[in-house]
Design a protein around this ligand. Structure first.
Ligand SMILES: C[S@@+](CC[C@H](N)C(=O)[O-])C[C@H]1O[C@@H](n2cnc3c(N)ncnc32)[C@H](O)[C@@H]1O
Length: 437
C-alpha cells in the first residue's frame, strides 16, 4: 500500500472508533480486527503501519486536539492523523499522492500545523490525554505524581504469560519459547510469570494451544497469588468472565477444592470452558447468572454463607489498561463511571452474603480510579460491621513477593499497582475478612 493509502485506512478506522465512542459501540481492537478481516490484501507491514498510526493518535488524542484547536485547525480523524505525523517532521508529499490520497493541505494549513507543533505547556487535561472531568479527578487522586503516573499509562504494554503449573514449570516454558526463537524472561515479581521481549505472536505455538501458558498481565497474576486460595477451599468467582483469574486460581489450588465460576455473559463463559479444557483444570463448575433480581437470588441461594473465598473481579472503567486500550480514556463519562460504581457496590454487598463464617473476599478491578477502588471498599465497610480490611502485606512474605514495590493506594492496606510503580497494568486489590466474634 502507498503511504496515502495507509493514511486513508487509518483515518477510516479512526472515524469508526469515533462513531463507536459516541454510541458505546465496539472496542478499538475489535474494529481494527474487523477492518482487516475485510481487507485481506493488506500485508503485515501495511497493517503494522496503519495500526501504529491509529494507536499513535489514540494515545495522544487530547493533546493533538488541543494543538489543532489552538492553531485554528478542525479536529477530525484526518487532521488528528496528520498532527501525529507532523510531530515527527514535515508532512511528506507522498501522503497526498495517489487514488486514496486526501487533498494536500493549503499553505495556510501548513503554517498552522507548524504553529501547532511548536505550542508549549498544554493544559493538564490535554497533557494527560483525558477529558477535563477525568483530569480533575486524577489530579485530586495522584497530586504531583499525576503526570508521571498517567504518562506511564500511555506507553506500550508488554505481553506477559502465566505458566500453567498444572502442566509445566516456568523453566521449561522459557526453554520452549527459546526453542521457538521467542526472547523472554521471568517477570520481576510473579513466580509464575514470563515477559516477552517483543509482542510476539504466541497463539500459534504448541505451548499455548496445549494450555501450558496463558496470556495474563503480571498484575493479575500477583492479585490472584495474594488471594491465597488454599488447596481444598470452596472458592466462588462472581465475575469470572473468560476466566483469566479462574485459571490462575485453579493452578494455585492444584486442582483441589472447588471453584464456582459465575458470570452473566454466556459468550465469555463459553470461552472459559474452552480454556479450562485446554489447561486441564478439573476443579471447576461454571454457572451463568441470568438477569432479574429474583432469579439471581435463586441461583445464588445454595452458595449463601458457604464460601471460603469470594472473588469479585468487578466490571470497571478499565482505566488500568489504557496502555492496551487507549480509546477507553474517551469512552468513560461521569454517568458511565457512576453506573460502574453502583454495580461494584452491589457485587461487593452480594459477595458478603456468600462468604462463610471464616470467609474472605478479594475485590479487584483493572482501574486506577479511587471511585471504583478505595471508595467502593470504604462504602461497603461503612455499611457492614461484620467485615474488616485484611492488609495484603501479610501475604507478601508467604508468597516470596517481598520485593513488590509499595502500593500507590491512598490506603496502605490496599494494593494499587500502576505501570509507573510496578511495571504492570494499573490494577487494584483489597482483601476483606470477617471481624472475629
Ligand atoms: C473484569 S471482567 C472479569 C474478568 C475475568 N475475571 C478474568 O480474569 O478474565 C468483569 C466481568 O463481570 C461480568 N459482570 C458484569 N456484571 C455482572 C453481574 N451483575 N454479575 C456477574 N458478573 C457480571 C462481565 O460479564 C465481565 O465478564
Amino acid at each position: 500500500m502507498t503511504p496515502s493509502a495507509r493514511l486513508a485506512a487509518a483515518v477510516e478506522i479512526l472515524g469508526q472508533i469515533d462513531d463507536a465512542l459516541a454510541h458505546r459501540g465496539a472496542a478499538a481492537d475489535v474494529l481494527i480486527k474487523r477492518y482487516f478481516q475485510k481487507r485481506r490484501y493488506a500485508g503485515s507491514k501495511d497493517r503494522a503501519a496503519i495500526i501504529d498510526l491509529v494507536y499513535g493518535v489514540l494515545r495522544r488524542r487530547g493533546e493533538y486536539g488541543w494543538r489543532l484547536m489552538s492553531a485554528g485547525l478542525p479536529i477530525t480523524p484526518l487532521m488528528l492523523a496528520l498532527m501525529h505525523l507532523r510531530m515527527d517532521g514535515p508532512l511528506a508529499a507522498d501522503l497526498f499522492e495517489g487514488t486514496y490520497a486526501p487533498e494536500a493541505p493549503s499553505d495556510d494549513a501548513i503554517s498552522r500545523f507548524d504553529r501547532a507543533v511548536g505550542l508549549e505547556n498544554p493544559p493538564l487535561a490535554a497533557r494527560l490525554n483525558v477529558p477535563q472531568w477525568l483530569s480533575d479527578r486524577l489530579e485530586a487522586r495522584y497530586g504531583d505524581d499525576v503526570t508521571a503516573q498517567i504518562d506511564a499509562l500511555s506507553g506500550r504494554a508488554p505481553t506477559d504469560l502465566r505458566v500453567n503449573t498444572l502442566k509445566t514449570s516456568r523453566e521449561d516454558a522459557l526453554a520452549a519459547l527459546a526453542d521457538a526463537g521467542i526472547k523472554a524472561e521471568p517477570t520481576p515479581y510473579s513466580p509464575v510469570g514470563i515477559r516477552l521481549e517483543k509482542n510476539s505472536q504466541i497463539k500459534g505455538l504448541e505451548l499455548f494451544s496445549k494450555g501450558l501458558v496463558e496470556v495474563q498481565d503480571e498484575a493479575s497474576q500477583i492479585a490472584v497469588q495474594l488471594c491465597g486460595a488454599a488447596p481444598k477451599a470452596q472458592v466462588l468467582e462472581l465475575c469470572a468472565g473468560a476466566g483469566g483469574k479462574t485459571l490462575a486460581l485453579g493452578a494455585q489450588m492444584n486442582n483441589s477444592g472447588q471453584i464456582y465460576a459465575l458470570d452473566t455473559d454466556k459468550r465469555r463463559l463459553d470461552e472459559l470452558k474452552i480454556r479450562t479444557d485446554r489447561a486441564r483444570q478439573t476443579n471447576l463448575q461454571i454457572h451463568r447468572l441470568t438477569s432479574g433480581e429474583d432469579k439471581r437470588a435463586d441461583q445464588l441461594y445454595r452458595f449463601l454463607g458457604q464460601m471460603d473465598l469470594v472473588i469479585v473481579d468487578a466490571p470497571c472503567s478499565g482505566s488500568g489498561t489504557w496502555r492496551r486500550n487507549p480509546e477507553l480514556r474517551w469512552r468513560l463519562d461521569e454517568d458511565a463511571l457512576a453506573e460502574a460504581v453502583a454495580i461494584q457496590r452491589a457485587l461487593l454487598r452480594e459477595a458478603m452474603t456468600l462468604a462463610g463464617p471464616n470467609g474472605r473476599i478479594a475485590y479487584m478491578t483493572c482501574s486506577i480510579l479511587q471511585e471504583e477502588n478505595e471508595n467502593v471498599i470504604d462504602h461497603a465497610l461503612s455499611e457492614s460491621e461484620d467485615w474488616e480490611l485484611a492488609d495484603y502485606h501479610r501475604k507478601l512474605e508467604d508468597l516470596g513477593l517481598v520485593h513488590l514495590p509499595e502500593s500507590v493506594s491512598s490506603a496502605p492496606e490496599m494494593l494499587q499497582m500502576t505501570p509507573l510503580q510496578h511495571g504492570t497494568d494499573g490494577f487494584f486489590l483489597a482483601l476483606l475478612q470477617k471481624v472475629p466474634d
